[in-house]
Ligand binder design. Structure first.
Ligand code: ADP
Ligand code: ADP
Length: 222
């Protein structure tokens, strides 16, 4: 089966006469190893859809099958453990912990999961090398450029070897040159690992070079 199958997904915020329908019936299939760019105007529902794919928000109606499993039937705790195992997130703002080094930030998801520090250091070091930051492992986020901070966030998102990487405007806060570099890095990682990548972006030209483009307008795929 496909990695992800989204069926008739709806999301509304509020209720009764105050209800706002943000997603109005999304159908989407993503195979393992696919790259999908979500594009469209601001407010169209791209982030909302990404949050549903990432199980950090629940739909009002419809279902998301991950490896054939209807994930929103899981109780909250099982859903959280599924999410931690299977999905990596990169956001516009990196959410790195300022008191910790690049290395510690990348190790953090493993340490929280109970992995010993000496064990967690191995993949963290390798991933920091993969994102081009082997010379920055003892730096804290405040000592890194915006692009470097986002590279740390990407390494952290990958440290638990997720099947799916979700990126919500990962370059929205970066200058054009740095933005191109981060897109290229995500593309390289996707190709070398075979991870599935769903990226919300305004850079449609770069997105088109990475894979399939899906346009969302007013809560629907067009
Ligand atoms: P996009 O990512 O395409 O810019 P979003 O998914 O962020 O769009 O938002 C789509 C719409 O949903 C917007 O009108 C936004 O104001 C609304 N929205 C998003 N999150 C919430 C929320 N938690 N409560 C109410 N409305 C929300
Ligand atoms: P925006 O997309 O509007 O910039 P954020 O990226 O800050 O907003 O966060 C979007 C949503 O993702 C919020 O609901 C936030 O609580 C959640 N979130 C942020 N960081 C993480 C994380 N590391 N893991 C899970 N959920 C997160």
């Amino acid at each position: 089966s496909s990695l992800l199958e989204v069926r008739n997904l709806h999301k509304s915020y509020g209720s009764g006469s105050q209800a706002v329908d943000v997603l109005k019936g999304i159908d989407l299939t993503i195979e393992a190893g696919d790259t999908v760019a979500l594009v469209g105007p601001s407010g169209a529902g791209k982030s909302t859809l990404l949050h549903m794919l990432g199980t950090i928000d629940r739909p009002t109606k419809g279902e998301v099958l991950f490896d054939g499993q209807n994930i929103f039937t899981l109780a909250e705790q099982s859903l959280a453990s599924f999410r931690n195992r299977s999905i990596g997130f990169v956001f516009q703002f990196h959410h790195l912990l300022p008191e910790f080094t690049a290395m510690e930030n990348v190790m953090m998801p493993l340490l929280i999961g109970g992995t010993r520090r000496s064990v967690a250091e191995v993949p963290a070091r390798r991933l920091l090398d993969d994102v081009g930051l082997s010379h920055r492992i003892t730096h804290r986020p405040g000592e890194l450029s915006g692009g470097e901070q986002q590279r740390v966030a990407i390494a952290r998102a990958l440290v638990r070897e997720p099947r799916l990487l979700l990126a919500d405007e990962p370059t929205g806060n970066l200058d054009m040159k740095t933005s191109d570099e981060i897109h290229l890095l995500l593309d390289t990682i996707q190709r070398s690992t075979g991870i599935s990548l769903v990226i919300v972006t305004h850079n449609e030209k770069l997105a088109a070079g990475m894979g399939r483009t899906i346009r969302i307008v007013d809560g629907r795929i067009v």
